[in-house]
Design a protein around this ligand. Structure first.
Ligand code: ATP
Length: 358
């Protein structure tokens, strides 16, 4: 029997609640399947770890997880610690050195869930946003001088490299090609940003030649926000820079009904390092410890993890279980207008997996 090693990093806030729910569901799935198992190693990194040790993860943290088959991540964020410390100290400290350059974010309106867009169905809103995850506006290039003086200055330089743009474009075109509609929108801002975004557009044209069966178009990011709301059915696969896709995917999550549902995969497509799977929501301290966090974003992230591990049939089984459960309004957590608790949703998904006769 194949055993997959998973590094679980629940992090902070509701991260701990949704990751333990996710592991429960994964173990039920492995038991139901019988052909594979999970060995889960837990790492207590995050805000509390920072308070004790002055860093978000140990110096050799990456060495401890680099041999795992996948990483399941909750959320990093702490009310007492600056966001840039929690983000750069843990999530980006894993994503960047592990070269997880493709951040993939599917969005669909799941059965039983109402989109704030009037009468939109899952057929009309079925998107995958590919976010460049290694450079661009979040490259970390920049500096700050003369702090405390009236002359204080700061820069964040958006850095785009030809190999970095080529590989994310190729990834996005390939993904679009694998989906039934073979449709890609390249998001840009080359009207106002006349260097890197112009190169981004040029590289899109070059890579498009390798994928003659993919229909693609180019869209300014501001116009894209309108198109997502007004013509959601005209969109399928989307590729955008780190910053643009960060914003667009939060909009996408809201349009799909709740931030609590949306999953994401940080992929190293070459598999030189483990890839990382996480719900897109943050640590949500306002609901921490109340037992009402929606675990669906983590379950859907687990589906993406199974697909990446080559266990597509098990991934499809989990997705069917999730959809069966969201279709039942009694299993909706408060973010979806219901009264169910994290444990109720988890138990319902486990029951759907155990009862599956496929
Ligand atoms: P961070 O600073 O770590 O990004 P945050 O609290 O600022 O965290 P999010 O956690 O992303 O931001 O979410 C914003 C709000 O959405 C939360 O305050 C919470 O009420 C709601 N929310 C997010 N995720 C969930 C979830 N899984 N279940 C229920 N509600 C959620």
């Amino acid at each position: 029997m194949k055993t997959y090693t998973v590094a679980a990093i629940p992090g902070d806030g509701i991260g701990t609640e949704v990751i333990s729910a996710g592991i429960e569901v994964l173990q039920a799935l492995a038991k139901r399947d019988g052909r594979f198992a999970f060995k889960v190693d837990h790492f207590d990194w995050g805000g509390e770890y920072y308070k004790k040790h002055g860093r978000m993860m140990p110096v050799n943290g990456r060495d401890l997880i680099k041999k795992h088959d996948a990483i399941l991540f909750g959320s990093a964020g702490h009310p007492d610690i600056s966001d840039h410390i929690t983000l750069w100290g843990l999530r980006l400290a894993i994503c960047q050195p592990f070269d997880q350059y493709a951040n993939v974010r599917p969005t669909r309106v799941l059965p039983g869930i109402t989109s704030p867009l009037r009468s939109v169905t899952d057929k009309e809103l079925d998107w995958v946003i590919v976010r460049e995850n290694s450079e661009g506006e979040y490259a970390g290039v920049g500096g700050r001088v003369h702090q405390g003086s009236p002359l204080e200055a700061a820069t964040d330089v958006a850095m785009f490299t030809r190999p970095g743009v080529e590989r994310i474009m190729r990834f996005a075109f390939r993904l679009a090609q694998s989906r039934p509609r073979k449709l890609l929108t390249v998001v840009t801002k080359s009207n106002a940003q006349r260097h890197a975004m112009v190169m981004w557009d040029e590289i899109a044209v070059e890579i498009a030649r390798e994928f003659p069966d993919v229909t693609w178009d180019k869209m300014l990011v501001d116009a894209m926000t309108m198109r997502m709301v007004i013509k959601p059915q005209s969109i399928d696969t989307v590729v955008a820079t780190n910053l643009h896709a960060d914003i667009l995917s939060d909009l996408a999550a809201a349009l799909a009904g709740s931030l609590g549902i949306a999953p994401t995969a940080n992929l190293n497509p070459e598999r030189a390092f483990p890839s990382m799977f996480e719900p897109i929501h943050g640590s949500a301290f306002d609901i921490m410890g109340k037992g009402i966090a929606n675990p669906v974003g983590t379950f859907w992230s687990a589906v993406m993890m199974l697909d990446h591990l080559g266990e597509a049939a098990a991934g499809a089984r989990l997705m069917r279980a999730i959809e069966r459960v969201t279709a039942d309004k009694r299993c909706h957590t408060p973010d979806l207008g219901g009264t169910a608790r994290t444990a109720d949703v988890t138990a319902a998904v486990v029951a759907a997996i155990e009862g599956a006769n496929d």
